[in-house]
Design a protein around this ligand. Structure first.
Ligand code: CA
Ligand code: CA
Ligand code: CA
Length: 310
């Protein structure tokens, strides 16, 4: 069961399955089989010409609307238009899936004004971001979310059980992005606890102090760096350990990307990408594109994937 279905509960899926008339028998009396051209339950879609399209996924979560009609895609945990992606809705064409289920851990930063998750992201999806703060991490808490972004984790050590819960969520397909640089000595310790299963860590020495921010200009080819040439940082920490290097500046690695089971991890060595100054005062920074790329890459490949058109 995918993350979206877990979020909305299985009852709707049951309703959808029961409500679908895709039995291949042409129950509407027109003698032409299902007008939807679709067959549910085995992961395939039967066409009127006899061909079959296989979307994989073992037949889970594939099907038309609860009333049996095809599409358009809606946020219900089902691939209503049978294009192989569940809930790929973006009415505004802003590059953020309207059905995205995303949360933040910790608190927003205080070194600059603004909060990307309270404004920019909320305007681009139906649900916005859920602020989990310092809530105890359990499998049940994490399960609904497709993407989680860790902000300032100062003052909040995590237990082994919480680290295990996050690891399990990642391995089953969650996407985690971490930030750092909020200025408290224990933030690094705490976020490194959560990152330990991924093999990624923040180093101890502060790097790249600047006012205004230092542009990060060394980008490796990666989905997250597509059409990105500069993003600013100030007084962050180098990202060390496993994973692919995505961005460097001044001889330091600022961004690494790794996978863990079905899940993905992005570790960014700073937090200024959340502040208004970086969005408003630096037209040379492709910050919006960077966030769009990051969220898209972190989102499961068959859920909530929408094109980035900016
Ligand atoms: Ca779809
Ligand atoms: Ca849907
Ligand atoms: Ca959107």
């Amino acid at each position: 069961m995918n993350h979206v279905l877990r979020a909305i509960g299985p009852s709707l899926l049951v309703f959808a399955l029961v409500g679908c008339s895709c039995d291949g028998g042409g129950g509407d009396g027109d003698g032409e089989g299902d007008d939807t051209d679709a067959t549910m339950g085995d992961g395939s879609m039967s066409m009127t010409d006899g061909a079959t399209r296989d979307f994989g996924g073992g037949g889970r979560d594939i099907g038309p609307l609860p009333d049996g009609t095809m599409g358009p895609e809606v946020c219900d945990g089902i691939d209503n238009d049978l294009n192989g992606v569940i809930d790929d809705v973006d009415e505004g064409g802003d590059g953020i899936c309207d059905c995205l289920i995303i949360a933040t851990l910790g608190e927003p930063g205080e070194w600059g004004d603004g909060d990307v998750f309270a404004t920019w992201l909320d305007e681009r999806s139906d649900i916005g971001a859920t602020a989990l703060g310092d809530t105890t991490l359990t499998p049940e808490l994490l399960e609904p979310y497709q993407v989680i972004v860790a902000q300032d984790l100062r003052g909040r050590a995590y237990s082994d059980a919480e680290v295990d819960a996050l690891r399990g969520w990642l391995e089953s397909g969650g996407g985690l992005m971490t930030l750092i640089g909020y200025g408290s000595p224990d933030e690094r310790t705490n976020v490194n606890q959560l990152l330990a299963p991924s093999g990624l860590q923040y180093d101890a020495t502060p790097i790249l102090a600047g006012s205004p921010t230092v542009p990060v200009t060394g980008w490796e080819t990666h989905p997250v760096s597509e059409m990105v040439t500069q993003v600013g940082v100030d007084n962050g920490y180098e990202v060390v350990g496993e994973g692919d290097v995505v961005a460097r500046e001044g001889g330091f690695v600022v961004l690494r990307a790794a996978t863990l089971g079905e899940g993905k991890v992005l570790v960014w060595g700073d937090e200024w990408i959340t502040y208004d100054s970086e969005w408003n005062d630096h037209p040379e920074y492709e910050l919006e594109r960077f966030w769009l790329n990051a969220i898209k890459w972190l989102t499961p490949e068959t859920e909530c994937q929408v094109p980035i058109l900016i």
